[in-house]
Write a protein that binds this ligand. Structure first.
Ligand code: NAD
Length: 316
């Protein structure tokens, strides 16, 4: 008999470790590449036409090898910071794919943050040429989560962080510094933080470019996880290769969507999806000089896979 549970953030925290989340993200990309997952494009509920700058997205997925179906309902709320709430808020529903019976309603915030943080290290594992210097632009929730996952699988000589907000930088250094012995340096200037870095992650709420072509060294991989364009168009267009997590979803959100809308990029300019790289169906990095841009905009199947791990554990 299926148990229907309400699972809190605390229970999720007690039943998940970060390395497991990173492994799950890699395996779920692989299963997606193998065609073992059905995941339609996110449906966006944009409330701007009625005067709200907030948004919601529905993210359903069926993962056959895990025998699970589910949906994440997630939103972004600009004024939340002022009242002490996170910018991103979400819930996950898990169902039995054979009967439709509810397995769980659970908090989605922690799973979202952990899996968002795990995306860039998995892209970097397959696409980076070197991993001496990591730069994170945007020291908020997703920037910190990304750095925590990065230090799980790479041993950096130097970690750099830049953010408009000094308090965010300070919090980043405290939190990430607790998990690594690598030196962490804070920068006022995005340019100084980016020059010479091997792996660059942009995790800001910016909607205008903050990283430029001349600052990026040959061989760097840039993972842009902010929901809007964060890189200058020249950098995007002159990159040697561009990868996404899910092609269709990247057409209207994330790093490349404005270029698609303008017509300066077409779908053929995307080298491939990361799942296909992991499965060996699409070529990855071919030289140590290539500049590669990744846009992991986030896939609902990543959330559902991790939620299923938690459900199995909590339901015993
Ligand atoms: N790709 C994904 O899977 C995924 C998942 C969740 C959230 N997101 C997106 O990631 C982005 C960050 O979300 P968050 O939850 O970390 O938000 P947050 O508010 O916690 O952090 C954003 C940080 O970016 C900084 N920032 C904004 N503009 C900047 C600029 N021009 N230069 C330097 N720093 C700047 C802010 O000061 C803030 O510290 C958002 O766009 C969000 O929608 C993506």
């Amino acid at each position: 008999m299926t148990k229907s549970l309400i699972i809190t953030q605390q229970e999720i925290m007690n039943n998940l470790d970060l390395k497991e989340v990173i492994d799950s993200v890699e395996r779920t990309y692989y299963l997606y590449g193998k065609g073992e997952i059905i995941m339609p494009t996110k449906i966006t509920l944009d409330m701007e036409p009625l005067g709200s700058s907030n948004w919601f997205i529905s993210m359903p997925a069926y993962i056959k090898p895990m025998d699970v179906v589910g949906i994440k309902f997630i939103g972004g709320f600009n004024a939340n910071k002022e009242i002490g709430l996170p910018y991103i808020m979400s819930q996950i529903l898990l169902n039995d794919p054979k009967t439709g019976v509810l397995r769980a309603l659970m908090d989605g915030n922690l799973i979202t943050n952990m899996r968002t943080g795990a995306q860039s290290p998995v892209f970097a594992k397959y696409l980076a040429s070197k991993s001496d210097i990591l730069t994170i632009i945007g020291a908020g929730v997703q920037g910190r989560a990304t750095a925590l996952s990065m230090v799980e699988i790479f041993d950096f000589k130097e970690i750099r962080v830049s953010d408009l907000d000094r308090d965010a930088r300070k919090r980043f250094i405290e939190e990430v510094g607790n998990k690594t012995s690598s030196p962490i340096l804070a920068y006022d200037s995005v340019e100084e933080a980016v020059r010479g870095a091997d792996i660059i992650v942009t995790a800001t709420t910016a909607s205008t470019p903050i990283v430029y072509r001349d600052w990026v060294k040959p061989g760097a991989v840039i993972s842009s996880i902010g929901s809007d364009q964060e890189l200058d168009e020249e950098l995007i267009l002159q990159a040697d290769k561009r990868y996404v997590d899910h092609m269709e979803q990247n057409l209207d959100r994330g790093e490349f969507h404005r270029c698609f809308e303008k017509g300066s990029l077409g779908e053929d300019d995307i080298t491939g999806e990361i799942g296909d790289v992991i499965c060996g169906k699409v070529v990855g990095r071919e030289s140590n000089d290539e500049i590669i841009i990744a846009s992991p905009i986030g896939m609902g199947c990543l959330d559902i896979a991790i939620a299923a791990i938690v459900y199995d554990r909590v339901s015993g």
